[in-house]
Design a protein around this ligand. Structure first.
Ligand code: URP
Ligand code: ZN
Ligand code: ZN
Length: 470
């Protein structure tokens, strides 16, 4: 039996804020109280001056995910180590049900990758690219027996992963009856495809045309359609990477009517806007993600929605591709689209910067409270995706996933001091206040200042309960 005590810290959960000690026995929180008396066999961790937060839960990451010819540059190992340095102790990544691969086989393959490389705990959503009776039966089995209760479906990328409305509706109808939830990538794929073809035919090949061919109104249209499909199916629905006020307004309207609609946004939409797409320079490929960056008005609306719970959480959509071909030997990265913006792999890194940027730009600048910060980064994703109360809070019986965070330490974000494989961060040079100092994963100290103490393969698969019931 191993015993640790965290003393002198200020414990902050999504609802509490108080000074107390935390006793950890093996991998769980065993007691919380003032002046806990411990024996000499207990290791003491001093948290004086630090916030004691539940480990971050990032429910949208892409470690070692392949899209077309490109694979994200973070493996399970590098990506989860990077997440840990950023204060995240659990991710929900993706298992890919491609043509010819069943849902259960996809989960099995993803679990093998996770088991070999993960440095923090992990679960999976399944990307479903086609629906038939077998797929529906396997999805049901996954919810009830595999601890996988959420599924991503794409309304974009025709000819690749896009599914039609009937497929989405069928999947929603089934998961809604069995404690699962569909997560939608909501952009109108066929219209966007047409706009891309037209832009290329006119010789517009630069990265900025990625943004110009994915208008906010088409995110709004798909979001509205997704909500209506969910209403008809009587199922909860979750919108990933919501970026535009044109989409948000439909989420707000549906939630006000009591429809179980949930949505996340991502730090890049909160801190950057479409004004970056101001030149024909290929360097703008770093801002190629889907949906693209939006207007300043959208950004303002997203911040408001985080405060008012119209948006429930912030995840990263960590989907990194390098700007330099050959970095760490990786190929088919962003330069793949040097002569054709539609070939630039979509996605940006972010798993390590989520907590610090949201603390600095959200809590310190008084856009969200400290409790809300914890809710957005840990408690809400845990509740929504069936991980709570094992994850997402500091409570007796919960996993001892704990972050000691210095609210006053300044640091400058740079790709050079990140721990993932990506050769850039959108936050390069940003001076932020608030730094992760120590991270415990199920009671094990895995990050101590700049030191990595965790183990490759030390992360465990977390079998999740129902999604969307919160
Ligand atoms: O650009 C993005 N978001 N890439 C990752 C795949 C997805 O759609 O989430
Ligand atoms: Zn997506
Ligand atoms: Zn994604």
């Amino acid at each position: 039996m191993t015993r640790k005590i965290i003393q002198n810290g200020r414990i902050v959960t999504s609802v509490d804020d108080y000074f107390a000690d935390i006793l950890i026995v093996d991998d769980q929180i065993a007691a919380i109280g003032r002046n806990l008396v411990v024996g000499t066999d207990t290791q003491v961790i001093d948290a004086k001056g630090l916030l004691v937060l539940p480990g971050g839960v990032d429910c949208h990451t892409h470690m070692d995910n392949t899209f077309g010819d490109s694979t994200t540059c973070d493996s399970f190992e590098s990506g989860t180590r990077s997440a840990a340095f950023g204060g995240t102790t659990t991710i929900v990544d993706f298992a890919f049900q491609r043509q010819g691969v069943g849902v259960l086989e996809a989960i099995e393959r993803a679990r093998i990758k996770g088991a070999a490389g993960a440095c923090i705990d992990y679960g999976f959503h399944v990307i479903v690219t086609g629906v038939n009776a077998q797929v529906l039966a396997d999805m049901q089995h996954a919810i009830r027996h595999e601890g996988v209760s959420s599924f991503k479906m794409f309304m974009a990328y025709p000819g690749s992963v896009m599914v039609d409305d009937a497929a989405i509706f069928q999947a929603m109808r089934m998961v809604g009856q069995h404690g699962g939830m569909i997560a939608l990538h909501a952009e109108n794929g066929t219209i966007i495809d047409l706009l891309i073809k037209e832009a290329l035919a006119q010789g517009h090949t630069a990265p900025k045309y990625h943004a110009l061919t994915r208008p906010a109104i088409m995110e709004g249209e798909a979001t509205h359609r997704g909500i209506k499909l969910a209403e008809l199916a009587e199922a909860p629905v979750y919108f990933v990477h919501l970026s535009a006020k044109e989409a948000l307004k439909h989420v707000v309207e549906a939630r006000d009517m009591g429809v179980p609609v949930f949505a996340e946004t991502c730090p890049h939409y909160l801190f950057f806007d479409e004004s970056v797409y101001d030149s024909d320079d290929f360097d703008l490929a770093r801002y190629v993600m889907s949906p693209p960056l939006r207007s300043k008005e959208s950004q303002k609306a997203l911040w408001t929605a985080l405060r008012t719970d119209d948006l429930q959480l912030v995840s990263t959509d960590h989907c990194p591709f390098c700007m330099k071909e050959g970095h760490l030997g990786l190929v088919n990265q962003k330069p793949l689209g040097r002569n054709d913006f539609s070939k630039i792999p979509n996605g940006v890194p972010g798993v390590e910067t989520r907590m610090a940027t949201l603390y600095d730009g959200g809590v310190r600048s008084e856009k969200i409270s400290l409790n809300r910060f914890v809710e957005l980064t840990s408690t809400a994703p845990a509740k929504l995706f069936g991980l709570f109360p094992q994850k997402g809070t500091i409570a007796v019986g919960s996993d001892a996933d704990i972050v000691l965070f210095d609210p006053g330490e300044q640091h400058v974000i740079s790709a050079k001091n990140q721990h993932g494989n990506c050769d850039f961060t959108l936050f390069e040079g940003r001076n932020v206040t608030g730094k992760v100092k120590k991270v415990l994963l199920r009671g094990e100290l895995i990050v101590d200042a700049d030191q990595w103490l965790g183990k490759v393969g030390g992360g465990r698969f977390v079998s999740r309960g129902e999604s969307g019931g919160w």
